[in-house]
Each structure stands twice: as structure tokens, then as C-alpha cells.
Write a protein that binds this ligand. Structure first.
Ligand SMILES: NC(=O)C1=CN([C@@H]2O[C@H](COP(=O)(O)OP(=O)(O)OC[C@H]3O[C@@H](n4cnc5c(N)ncnc54)[C@H](OP(=O)(O)O)[C@@H]3O)[C@@H](O)[C@H]2O)C=CC1
Ligand SMILES: CC(=O)N[C@@H](CCC(=O)OP(=O)(O)O)C(=O)O
Length: 349
């Protein structure tokens, strides 16, 4: 038992709440301190009444100098822009940082400023941050001090594409990603676009050709195969609370049979506890992973067009955010990567 002291910035948001739900039952965590940037919030249960008499914790103001002495790990689950400014003040030899926002994911600060329209984090911080796609970057994650936890759509997309891209089986510029998300992906703060009346009985396309996850996905794919060209990536909001489905179409660079592709995916993910490849040719739905840290993948080669269709589903708040952040936390400290996560059985219906 190590007994770690954890701090969560942005604890009152959806990602932060999910972090607390997992970490409050994690066997290696001795205490969680919850932080808020708002003067109005005092008790956690005043923000989330379902925690009344379950969680007595107060919310604390963010004081970086003090926090870096008190915690072994700080999770940041705040809007983009916050981590770029707070993280430099939290750094020390003895602390690990896991950032759920997009601030530390892009290595090129110009790309961040172009797609996020915000000031980038200092270059040295960006270079030291390790991209935390647990299944793909585990060796680097185990040695890291700062983790840039991947975006929700990039997690679903990259896990679907990694086996074929790593084997250079994808024809350059042929990748089309059609992705859909539940509304919690937009966070807890209210907006007209995500309000009940706008979303009920509706399906909406958004951020066409300008989604901030385009450069993130391209950066990681190019890292695996430098020949990968620009992707077509489109996002939709769908009237449900949680879940992402990414439906991906690719042209293969060389002939492959369905059996060869299934073998490739099964082998690639055979020792990865949170990626489940459908062996029977079926496709997963978002309910199959609801509330869990799983990513479920199905794939089928279309013999008429020669194109491969891959479907990948995750819970955006779990494998797409807090769940993967805890998986990375486990890898950082050499714990079993399923600790605190595997006992959370998927919720159905
Ligand atoms: N929702 C999702 O599915 C995913 C989200 N992410 C990313 O994770 C991060 C958190 O997302 P999510 O939980 O959905 O967002 P929410 O809007 O639900 O919560 C964000 C929280 O950040 C806190 N906050 C706001 N401004 C500041 C500030 N200036 N300094 C410190 N804290 C601040 C707020 O709490 P308070 O007012 O109490 O300080 C708020 O509760 C975002 O960067 C998001 O892009 C990544 C993957 C998936
Ligand atoms: C449904 C919805 O609105 N989802 C958000 C994803 C949030 C996220 O993960 O964005 P970061 O890269 O800032 O972390 C979006 O599409 O922008």
C-alpha cells in the first residue's frame, strides 16, 4: 500500500465528479482534496445533492504553492486554457500532473493557438508532457511526470485505427471519421446549444472542419506512420447523456482479408484489459460501455468497395476522460492498470 494524496481541480465538473467517484474507492488513495475556482461553492454535496450524507467533503480554493506540497498527484479537469496557466506553478520533483484538458496534448504551440484560439502552454511543458493514450504509449506513461490525457473523440478514433496504422496498412488521406457524442461531452456549464429543448428529438452536426481534435488525431497518427495524410473528421451531438460512437472508413494500402484484419486487431489488443474487439463480426453500441472504462471495437471489410468500416465506442466521461486518467495514474505508479476501474461493471440498461 502506498496511500497517495490526490488533488482534483475542476471537481465540480462532469470529468472531476467522475474522477472523484473512481478515486474515492481506489485502494491506493488515502485522501482526495477537491478544488474550486468559484467563491460560491463550499460543500461538494451542495453542488451535487446525490452526495448528501455520502460525501462530507468541502471545496477548497486553488492555491498552487500550498497544493504542490500537499499532494502526490494533481488531476486537472478544468476548461482549456486553465491548465496552461496553472500547471507551471504546480510543478515540482515530487508531484505528478494528469491533465484532462486539451492544453498539453499538441506538441506544436502554434497548432494549439490556431485550433483552440487561446495562448499555448510554455514549450518546455508541452515537450515534457506525455500523451496518455494508455494502450499505445504505456512505456512512456510509466516514466512520465506530466500526462496529457487524450480527448474523448481522439481516444475512440485512435484505438480504432492504431493496429492498421502502426502496420502501415492505411492509404494516405483516405481516413474518414464520422463521430457522435452524448451531451455530457460538452461539460456541465449551461449553453443554449446543449439545452434540453434544443437537443430533445434532434441530431446536430457541429464544428465542421474546425474541431480541435483534428490536429490531435493527426499528430498521433503521423507519429505511428509519417505517411498518413489529413483526415476528414466530423462530430455530431446526439440526444443522450453519455457515450461516443466513432464510425471510421478507410482504404487499405494493400489487400487484406477479414480474417487477417481480425487477427491483427485481436493480437494487438490481446493483453489490453480495456479494449474489447468483437470476434463474431458484430458491432458494439454505446450502451455496451456505458459507465465503464471499456472501448469496444467492431470491424468489417466491404468486399464491394474494398473499404474497411471500423466502429469504436467509449463512455466519454470514462475511457474518454476520467477513467483513462485513472488508468494512466495506475501506470504512472506501477499499479495494476485496472485498479479502481475493473470492478465498475458496465451499466445496462
Ligand atoms: N466532458 C467530457 O466528456 C470530456 C471533457 N474533457 C476535458 O476535460 C475538462 C473538463 O471537462 P468537463 O468536466 O466536461 O467540464 P465542466 O464544464 O463540466 O467542468 C469544468 C470545471 O472546471 C472548473 N473551472 C472553471 N473555470 C476554472 C478556472 N479558471 N480555474 C480552475 N477551475 C475552473 C469549474 O469548476 P469551479 O467553477 O467549481 O471551479 C467546472 O466545474 C475540459 O478541458 C474538457 O475539454 C476531456 C475529455 C472528455
Ligand atoms: C459534445 C462536445 O461538445 N464535446 C466536446 C469535447 C470536449 C473535449 O474533450 O475537448 P478538449 O479537447 O477541450 O478536452 C467538443 O466537441 O468540443
Amino acid at each position: 500500500m502506498i496511500a497517495l494524496n490526490i488533488g482534483i481541480i475542476g471537481a465540480t465538473g462532469y470529468g472531476g465528479t467522475e474522477l472523484y467517484r473512481i478515486l474515492s474507492n481506489h485502494p491506493e488513495v488515502s485522501s482526495c482534496t477537491l478544488y474550486t475556482s468559484s467563491d460560491e461553492h463550499k460543500k461538494y454535496s451542495s453542488v451535487y445533492p446525490h452526495l448528501t450524507e455520502v460525501c462530507p467533503l468541502d471545496l477548497h480554493p486553488i492555491k498552487t504553492e500550498q497544493m504542490k506540497d500537499e499532494h502526490d498527484v494533481i488531476f486537472l479537469a478544468a476548461p482549456s486554457g486553465v491548465s496552461a496557466s496553472l500547471t507551471p506553478g504546480l510543478l515540482s520533483e515530487d508531484i505528478k500532473i494528469i491533465d484532462l484538458s486539451g492544453d498539453l496534448r499538441l506538441k506544436d504551440p502554434d497548432q494549439y493557438e490556431k485550433w483552440y484560439q487561446k495562448t499555448a502552454a510554455p514549450g518546455e511543458l508541452l515537450q515534457n508532457a506525455v500523451y496518455g493514450l494508455s494502450e499505445v504509449n504505456r512505456a512512456c506513461i510509466e516514466q512520465a511526470h506530466i500526462i496529457a490525457n487524450p480527448g474523448c473523440y481522439p481516444t475512440a478514433t485512435l484505438l480504432a485505427l492504431t493496429p492498421i496504422v502502426k502496420h502501415q496498412l492505411v492509404r494516405s488521406s483516405s481516413i474518414i471519421i464520422d463521430a457522435k457524442s452524448g451531451v455530457s461531452g460538452a461539460g456541465r456549464k449551461p449553453s443554449i446549444g446543449t439545452s434540453f429543448t434544443e437537443m430533445q428529438q434532434n441530431l446536430k452536426i457541429y464544428k465542421v472542419h474546425r474541431h480541435q481534435h483534428i490536429p490531435e488525431i493527426e499528430q498521433e497518427l503521423k507519429d505511428m506512420d509519417p505517411n498518413i495524410g489529413p483526415i476528414s473528421f466530423t462530430t455530431h451531438l446526439i440526444p443522450m447523456t453519455r457515450g461516443i460512437m466513432a464510425t471510421i472508413y478507410v482504404e487499405l494500402a494493400e489487400n487484406q482479408s477479414q480474417e487477417q484484419l481480425m487477427d491483427l486487431y485481436n493480437q494487438f489488443y490481446q493483453n489490453m484489459p480495456f479494449v474489447r474487439v468483437r470476434k463474431d463480426g458484430s458491432f458494439p453500441g454505446t450502451k455496451d460501455v456505458y459507465g465503464s472504462n471499456y472501448c469496444d471495437i467492431g470491424l468489417k471489410l466491404d468486399p464491394r468497395t474494398g473499404r474497411l468500416t471500423i466502429v469504436s465506442v467509449i463512455d466519454n466521461l470514462m475511457k474518454g476522460a476520467a477513467g483513462q486518467a485513472v488508468q494512466n495514474f495506475n501506470l504512472l505508479f506501477g499499479f495494476d492498470e485496472t485498479l479502481g476501474l475493473k470492478h465498475l461493471l458496465p451499466v445496462y440498461p
